[in-house]
Design a protein around this ligand. Sequence first.
Ligand code: MN
Length: 721
Amino acid sequence: MAKHRSCNTFEVLYDKVKEYIADKEELELIEKAYKYAYDKHFGEKRLTGEDYITHPLSVAYILTSINADASTIAGALLHDAIEEKDVDLEEFKQLFGEDILSITLGVSKINKLNFSGDNESVITNQRKILVGLSEDVRVIIIKLADRLHNMKTLFVLDERKQKETAKETLDILTPIAHRLGMNNIKSELEELSLRYLKPDEYYDIVEKLNATKAERDASVAKMIEAVSELLTKHNIKHEIKGRSKSIYSIYKKLDKGKRFSDIYDLLALRVFVNTEQECYQALGIIHSKFKPKPNRFKDYIAMPKTNMYQSLHTTVFGNDGQLYEIQIRTYEMDKVAENGIASHWSYKEKGSNKAAIQSDMEQKLQFFKSIMELKNNEENPEEFVKSVKEDVLKNTIYVFTPKGDVIELPNGSTPIDFAYKVHTKVGDQMTGALVNSQIVPFDYELENNDVVKVITSNNSSGPSREWLKMAKTTQAKNKMKNFFNKVDKDEHIKKGEELLLKELKRCKMTMSEFQSEEVLSKVLNGLKLGALNEIYSNIGSGKLAPEAVLEAINKEEVSKEEKMLEKAQKLGAKIHRKDNVVAVAGADDIKVNLASCCNPVPGDRIVGYITKGNGITVHRMVCPNVANLDERLIETTWNDNNEKFKTAILIHAGAGSDVLLPVVTKAANNDIGVQGVVNNKDLEGQTIEMNVVVKDKAELMKLINDIQMMPEVTEVERFIK
Ligand code: MN
């Protein structure tokens, strides 16, 4: 594996780019991007002491190794420049066009994320990376190169930061590089991550490798000679290279409990030939002379990996009795093996654009499709990230359709997962499954290389609810849930209509009277529903009693005030609290809570919201959460009290300032307790969310005014969640 070097001058980058980009306009674009970045970063240094521009130059240079297109190279050069203060985005767009603006903003958006935060923000960030990936893969490719160069200079950071970065790289970026088939970048990222994350293990392996290097090199050289002679004798033009195992893959094997001396594929070589046919010929010739180890042969040419990797793999006994792992591939296959399908963009036609690259990726890489599907179904970021990590990025197995297409699934998948992965319809209509021609139960756990045939029937009544427990992937589960929801809804509507009809009959009303515009709209308003079908489905699912519909028809209009009072008094299970800090109009004994969204304090204008079964929640009058709820609002007033109240303020300060300490000091000087601070700093400025404990509004306003007076502070506001 050739390691990526850093690059200090534009000339070096430019020469490299010209090796595969000939178009004059595109070369000019790259030059323009460099000049712009140079200008914006002028005078700026990296933590390493180098001029800042060496970073974007190196990122772009790394990308030339996968023959990235001109927009990607330009995006790499500009990825940090766009964050400089004096950048005018309109002008930027004029200069470089919409496409590059969006790539660059994409990278900058990912980079702005603060990865060291709590669990939740890490998950949100990872979600953004994954969504970014599905929107424009070039953003992620630049991000990978950016991370690689930053990892190379990771020594400047403190140990905690080093470990965090390394962990994140292994968690999310190397699996993505793997899926994109960008093996060179992936291996280098893995190795650097290991060095910082587990330095002892890393240097231990390096030492052991060094100690045995001379011996291994000599063995491999002899084997190369023997194989080469053999192929020449059979007139196959070839090249053979010794291959060193990556330190990370050795670490993984040791971690699984293997001993160093047992890792037999340390002796490895790679044979390059010109055609696919020669790959098989070479294999046959090698096997005829060197005995292959059983079960170690893999044909990734006939059945490429899902990241498009192709090669023949075999392990043979050499003349010296040692085992040698041999890979046989064409030069073209090698390009894909090293750099992934990104290597396909290489200027076959001019003007490769986002849509073309993206659709190319989607067609060739199943994992893209999976991410898209999960994204469309996502409920919350945590679920989404978890699903992608488990379904898409982790421990996969590869199984086959009867036609020989490879399907990628997470470990532990069943025929149900397989069927839904092939197509939603195949899953919904599945009635049975054959694995390697044997009928299997639906919860059968698939293994690598299984050939799976799904039996479907148009008459199938759909998936069974039991399947939800048998499926492994979120994708399959989501698809089944969609199916059930639809079925349930249809059933509820039908059942609801029947139930309502009965109730109408009992009250001597006909369906057409009920459906008259006047009656129906009164019912819909009264029940806060949007359409007739909703009435049915609510009745059918048991959420609404048919009697309630009739009540709504017969209900007299009452004044708002009366209604409020009636509701307030009806609230059951009253908790008697004489010491309520808030008095409720017309109902003294009701349980009262202060809303945690707007955190009212005495002196604030307040209003009560009648909750369902949990008393009254008191909001500030201005709280947007009660703006549209006048139906359930009730008047409240503050009682005299000696308590303290928790509330929150939001402080905005300009870029480059740090007002955290002075702000906290101001609170202390005012004798105001601080219960928690969330501090966010980015290039646009600083915001501090601060929870304070105050006696009343006057005390709070004094603090706000004090902070407002600080020159760096641009704005202070009450915080409403
Ligand atoms: Mn960067």
